[in-house]
Design a protein around this ligand. Structure first.
Ligand code: BES
Ligand code: MN
Ligand code: MN
Length: 463
């Protein structure tokens, strides 16, 4: 069912909604780097300003870290309630010299808007604000109750969010959660994501002699922290692509044959995948396809390595220290805490004499899979078909959104993961972009989602 007035409103306001996104993208809200603290807060204020403009009940809630913006539309008794989650923080823009246009000066090029945060997650998050604005300004009202929780610490592990959700559980009561912070299956093929990976992130530090040494005078007689580190890291994954932490696969659910055939039916091409990444071969866990590896099998990746001489030319040094950051992506049922324990025991066994080891466990989150057979899923599928002109396919993804499992656990709610992004949007990397047509299709899908959800009976939130 098309909504004529709404559609024409969206067409007339398209460029204004783009300008609004550009305003938010100019704020350098990098949560990982304290230098940007002022900007992160500015982004929270900007988001709150959007909700004030819509006359939503709005609060900027302080946490020990960055604030959480909460907003709520005027209550409609008897109507269902959707809770929208998004994040206004972004990843650091480095390496800066690889950006074609500066990361915080949003620039339009060939149908895309380039800026840090364009897809992840400012652009996608804003689609659900603009869709509400479209309803209010074209129809005078929303068809359902909307609540928003927009946080500023997603890119650093959402450390303070769980406690906040526990404390505000009553206020956050809803029928369903809506998040746009994922991707389409491909250009022109929208998707609903029903599974995300969890994560367990670590830093290991090895310390040897009291200072750097001449590698000729001392090499071979004392443990070299860099030699030891690469050996320990190499032991994490074997030549079959299997993670070697003891017990790592104990809780992993096998991929069902039904799910395997559904993934196969998506028509994924390894050749295209290789071409898009500029690689000539693929490697992963033996016995699994690329999609299975990316979506439904746990993995291990080194994220950063530091040791020894990094300058020009050669320097014969035996470094006193070495450190690495690395993480495991997890699937449902795997427990980040148990993995931390088993990993620490394994690394201690591999530690050569004369070195001290410190293992820091950063953020952890379990993997999630959400049910496909809910009325909310069908409502979302109909809305996406209106917005994108094509029915969505159902996919899993390898990224993590820690709050999804928190919402399930504390609020007992399922999440609709409706991704408007593309896998080549360069999230977390230079030249991040958001396709402007996808921005508008996302806004339209969201506007239709409110209409589709309005047809469902209110559940847990009790209208
Ligand atoms: N939007 C991403 C999550 C994502 C990425 C979902 C790709 C699906 C596909 C989110 O902002 C993100 O980057 N999450 C982090 C979580 C981590 C910091 C705990 C991630 O996945 O690395
Ligand atoms: Mn994100
Ligand atoms: Mn991200």
């Amino acid at each position: 069912m098309p909504l004529a007035e709404l559609d024409s409103y969206l067409r007339q306001n398209a460029s204004r909604f783009e300008d609004d996104l550009c305003e938010l993208l100019r704020i350098a809200s990098v949560s990982a780097d304290r230098q940007f603290a002022g900007e992160v807060r500015k982004a929270a204020d900007w988001v709150a300003g959007q909700f004030h403009h819509l006359r939503f009940e709005t609060r900027i809630c302080e946490t020990p870290g960055y604030p959480i913006v909460l907003a709520q539309s005027p209550h409609i008794p008897g109507a269902p309630t959707a809770l929208v989650y998004g994040h206004y923080d972004v990843q650091p823009p480095d390496p800066l010299d690889q950006w074609i246009s500066p990361p915080f000066e949003p620039t339009r090029r060939d149908g895309n808007l380039y800026a840090r945060g364009a897809t992840d997650d400012k652009g996608q998050m804003l689609t659900h604000v603009k869709s509400a604005q479209a309803w209010i300004e074209s129809q005078g009202r929303l068809p359902i109750n909307l609540k928003y929780l927009i946080e500023g610490e997603e890119e650093v592990g959402s450390e303070h969010l769980e406690a906040f959700i526990r404390e505000h559980a009553k206020e956050l009561a809803a029928d369903v959660i809506v998040i746009s912070d994922t991707a389409q299956f491909g250009p022109g093929q929208p998707a609903i994501t029903y599974g995300l990976k969890g994560i367990a992130y670590f830093e290991v530090k090895l310390v040897g002699p009291k200072q750097d040494l001449h590698s000729g005078t001392f090499g071979g007689a004392v443990s070299n922290p860099a030699n030891a580190l690469v050996k320990m890291l190499a032991a994490l994954v074997n030549e079959h692509g299997q993670v070697q932490v003891p017990g790592f696969y104990d809780d992993v659910l096998p991929i069902t044959s039904l799910e395997r055939s559904q993934m196969d039916a998506l028509g994924f091409s390894d050749d295209e995948f290789m071409r898009s990444l500029g690689v000539k071969g693929l490697f992963g866990e033996e016995g699994y396809t690329t999609l299975e590896r990316r979506w439904a099998r746990p993995t291990c990746d080194i994220n950063g390595l530091i040791s020894g001489y990094q300058g020009e030319g050669s320097k014969t040094v035996l470094p006193a220290r070495a450190s690495a950051k690395f993480s495991f992506r997890l699937v449902p049922k795997q427990d980040p805490k148990r993995i931390a324990r088993d990993l620490e025991a394994m690394l201690r066994r591999l530690l050569p004499p004369g070195l001290a080891m410190e293992l820091i466990a950063y953020h952890g989150a379990p993997g999630v899979v959400v049910p496909l057979d809910s009325p909310y899923m069908s409502a979302a599928a109909r809305a996406i078909e209106q917005g994108f002109g094509r029915a969505p396919v159902y996919i899993r993804e390898g990224g993590s959104i820690p709050v999804v499992s928190t919402f399930a656990e504390i609020l007992g709610l399922d999440t609709l993961l409706l991704g408007w992004g593309l896998n080549d949007d360069n999230t977390h990397s230079p030249n991040e972009k958001f396709n402007l047509a996808d921005y508008h299709r996302g806004i339209k899908s969201s506007a239709y989602l409110w209409a589709e959800l309005a047809k469902l009976a209110p559940g847990k939130a009790g209208g």
